[in-house]
Design a protein around this ligand. Structure first.
Ligand SMILES: NC(=O)c1ccc[n+]([C@@H]2O[C@H](COP(=O)([O-])OP(=O)(O)OC[C@H]3O[C@@H](n4cnc5c(N)ncnc54)[C@H](OP(=O)(O)O)[C@@H]3O)[C@@H](O)[C@H]2O)c1
Length: 268
């Protein structure tokens, strides 16, 4: 799988990561959360995204990483309007992940003016590596751009898939200009884009790009924009990870193949 640098910093990761929203708890409910993380590591996935918003996901991830913490880059979040609780979330996360969170993101920009200096102080103490911010809604992108322009964050996490392309207008160009790392949420549209599958004949032009399934076409579509660094496809099923990870190797789509994926998704 190809590696890309997360922004200007020294952290370089394989381009397919793993999201945990709802899916890590689902894996745990099936008794498979350790198997899921083991499978991710074995197919070369090295970045796992989580949040205090995701129920027991942070704790389950820590449990699944017992003895393997050093093999993954943890992207966690602070998600609270309270500065005091934010400090506690950072401390808890550092505890769970061997004393340090590699990337700490401000989830949905909640109280970012308060949390940003707190995260900078946590970074100075070695509890946090990179600092980032996330938002799922285009309505919040002007505020996200304002935070990006402060020059005080290293990464952004935003939705990007054939049906959600608002980041093309300001966020991706600005991230590129500032040298920020870009993590993609919802590469499969929360699963909605996978429900209707194009035929193998429709996908045939993508085969020279190593793509044999629609899921791979969607993941590769996002990663073929060079301003993007990591795609956070989420699954509860370990057996799906080889398929997802295989979309993280070149050759990347050109303009024609990206346009074909938009057509097949019904986005044009
Ligand atoms: N505001 C924020 O910060 C924010 C918001 C949204 C998301 N995120 C992050 O981004 C991650 C990804 O977004 P997402 O979870 O919303 O959606 P997603 O990755 O676009 O889609 C996940 C869905 O796709 C299905 N799936 C995955 N691989 C598959 C495969 N090979 N074949 C068929 N189906 C497959 C999964 O079902 P199965 O489990 O059955 O495979 C799941 O229902 C999240 O987990 C989270 O870490 C952050």
């Amino acid at each position: 799988m190809e590696n890309r640098s997360l922004g200007r910093g020294p952290v370089s990761v394989p381009v397919v990561g793993l999201g945990t929203w709802r899916r890590l708890e689902a894996a745990a409910a099936a008794g498979r959360h350790r198997e899921l993380i083991d499978a991710a590591i074995s197919v070369g996935i090295r970045l796992v995204d989580t949040s205090p918003m995701y129920g027991a996901a942070e704790r389950l991830l820590a449990d699944a990483l017992d003895g393997k913490r050093d093999q993954v880059v943890i992207a966690d979040k602070v998600w609270t309007p309270s500065l005091e609780e934010g400090v506690a979330q950072v401390a808890r996360a550092a505890d769970w992940y061997g004393g340090r969170v590699d990337l700490m993101q401000i989830h949905n920009l909640v109280a970012w003016r308060e949390h940003l200096p707190m995260l900078e102080a946590a970074r100075a103490r070695g509890l946090v590596g990179l600092i980032g911010a996330t938002h799922y809604s285009a309505a919040a992108f002007p505020e996200l751009a304002e935070l990006m322009a402060t020059g005080r964050i290293d990464t952004v996490q935003v939705p990007y898939n054939p049906m959600q392309r608002e980041v093309e207008r300001t966020i991706l160009p600005l991230a590129d200009e500032l040298g920020l790392g870009v993590l993609l949420m919802r590469p499969l549209g929360e699963g909605g884009l996978v429900r209707r599958q194009p035929s193998p004949e429709d996908l045939a032009p993508l085969r020279p790009f190593g793509v044999t399934t629609w899921v791979q076409a969607l993941i590769k579509w996002g990663l073929s924009d060079p301003r993007v660094h990591v795609s956070l496809a989420a699954t509860a099923r370990p057996e799906r990870l080889p398929e997802n990870a295989a979309a993280g190797s070149p050759p990347w789509f050109g303009r024609e193949e990206r346009a074909l994926v938009l057509d097949l998704a019904g986005a044009r």
